[in-house]
Design a protein around this ligand. Structure first.
Ligand code: EPZ
Length: 430
């Protein structure tokens, strides 16, 4: 079984290139099937989740080519079936975007209920409520979501909770509907805006993305386009925190600093220097981190996808911090692993109370999900001695070449498969 082995203690120093946003890519790939023309998408991250999405699209007849590692050409002129019951697709959350896309284009879709990281119950009621408001008949049967309509017509949808997935899914289904759709209490995440921009480039009429009211005027058809996906805000934030926990000096390049504001401001609050330039952010940490309180919130608040990374940092801070997880109810499962590394953290419901310790000590730990897995790697990089991280398949869902990028800024980390490879690494790093 593949695992990461890490020798901690080295400050990370240097520059790292950030890839395209995984969660934007999942939706944009699905949306690309809404036209019969060819669509060229650039800056697609080569990670497990996007590859599973591509495989699912191919399984229904969509032609996908990859002129290079990060460019994907999609042609959905010939789609054989509107039903996706693929074993893999159940494993990724973003599979639900195929419902919005297929329902929007063909007025019918059947897709396996989505899986994804185990971070809470993750209902999809709001997506279904949105499709129904557009006139679709939606039911769940034998593990499939089945949505059908004679025709979709614009509707007025109020999302009871701010949901990235529901906002994007309903927006996709509505672009080819007859009349105008209004989504209220919409999510404002950068990738919501990215998907709206992509749809508009294909000829849709979506206005207001990035605010809490989105207006979609249905159009007759969508056409082909070229599009480059925005940089991944969470990958960037993860490397920014890697600098913070290792007392390093890291410049994350190819980012949109505005998307990182809530992350940058927390880093400044806990004593790091953050310098922004046009397409890069440099994080310098020279002293022990300070404590703070964090509450995860929809954008522009502090992202839930950065909660484990900041908790790892605060676990090493000088004082007591409180982290409140407001989005998902089961996102502290990694804390037990961190405690094994010497952290002093108590979780009560959705709140973690953190008494900072001077150092972590390396241990054998397991990644429970994508972001928590990445955060535990950061803990290993900061820790004294060796750490092994199991179940790195979760990390590979959303981070491209994570170990390689970390090595590029001085981390002692290797992906190993056998005890022999592990010993070789230990011998090499001493
Ligand atoms: C997206 O999940 C991301 N996934 C998640 O990233 C991210 O954590 C999350 O947004 C929040 O930013 C993808 O884009 C594939 P939500 P999503 O709908 O869309 C509740 C990662 O690590 N809700 O915004 O599933 C829900 O339970 C992953 O990359 C309903 O009640 O999240 C949660 O409390 C993990 N009913 C809140 O809304 C619904 O129908 C926000 O969830 C939908 C959601």
């Amino acid at each position: 079984m593949e695992q990461y082995v890490i020798k901690g203690g080295a400050p990370l120093v240097g520059e790292v290139e950030i890839g395209g946003a995984k969660n934007a890519a999942l939706a944009i790939l699905a949306a690309a099937t809404m036209t019969d023309d060819t669509v060229l998408i650039e800056n697609v991250p080569d990670v497990r989740d996007t590859n599973v999405m591509i495989q699912a699209m191919e399984s229904i007849g969509v032609r996908v080519e990859r002129p290079d590692r990060h460019t994907v050409k999609v042609c959905a002129k010939v789609v054989r079936v509107h039903s996706i019951e693929d074993d893999y697709i159940k494993k990724i959350r973003g599979s639900y975007y195929l419902i919005g896309a297929l329902l929007g284009k063909y007025n019918e879709a059947e897709v396996s209920l989505p899986g994804g990281c185990n971070i809470g119950s993750r209902p999809i009621d709001l997506h279904l409520k949105g499709f129904r408001a557009l006139g679709a008949d939606v039911r769940i049967s034998h593990g499939l979501i089945i949505a059908k309509a004679d025709k979709l017509t614009g509707g007025h949808i109020y999302l009871d909770k701010v949901s990235v997935g529901a906002t994007i899914n309903v927006m996709m289904a509505a672009v080819l509907a007859e009349g105008t759709t209004i989504i209220e209490n919409a999510a404002k995440e950068p990738h919501v805006v990215d998907v709206a921009n992509f749809l508009n480039r294909m000829g849709a009429s979506v206005k207001g993305a990035g605010t809490d009211v989105i207006r979609i005027k249905g159009v007759q058809r969508l056409h082909g386009t070229d599009y480059a996906i925005i940089p991944d805000q969470i990958e960037a934030g993860t490397f920014m925190f890697a600098a913070a926990v290792t007392k390093g000096d890291v410049t994350v390049k190819n980012v949109i600093p505005k998307h990182l504001e809530s992350i940058s401001s927390k880093l400044v609050e806990i004593g790091c220097q953050v310098e922004e330039s046009d397409e890069a952010v440099r994080v310098v940490a020279t002293k022990r981190l300070g404590h703070t309180h964090v509450n995860t919130l929809p954008y522009p608040g502090f992202p839930t996808d950065m909660q484990p990374q900041i908790t790892v940092a605060l676990g090493l801070s000088n004082g007591t911090s409180i982290v409140t997880e407001s989005i998902f109810e089961n996102r502290f499962r990694y804390v037990d692993e961190l405690v094994r590394m010497g952290a002093n953290i108590k979780v009560e419901g959705s709140v973690a109370i953190i008494d900072g310790v001077e150092k972590y000590t390396g241990a054998g730990i397991t990644a429970p999900d994508l972001r928590a897995g990445a955060a535990l790697v950061l803990a290993g990089l900061a820790a004294e001695g060796f750490t092994t991280v199991d179940d790195i398949k979760y990390i590979e869902r959303g981070y491209e070449d994570f170990d390689e990028k970390l090595r590029g800024i001085g981390a002692m980390i290797e992906k190993v498969n056998t005890e022999k490879e592990m010993q070789k690494f230990k011998f090499k790093v001493g």
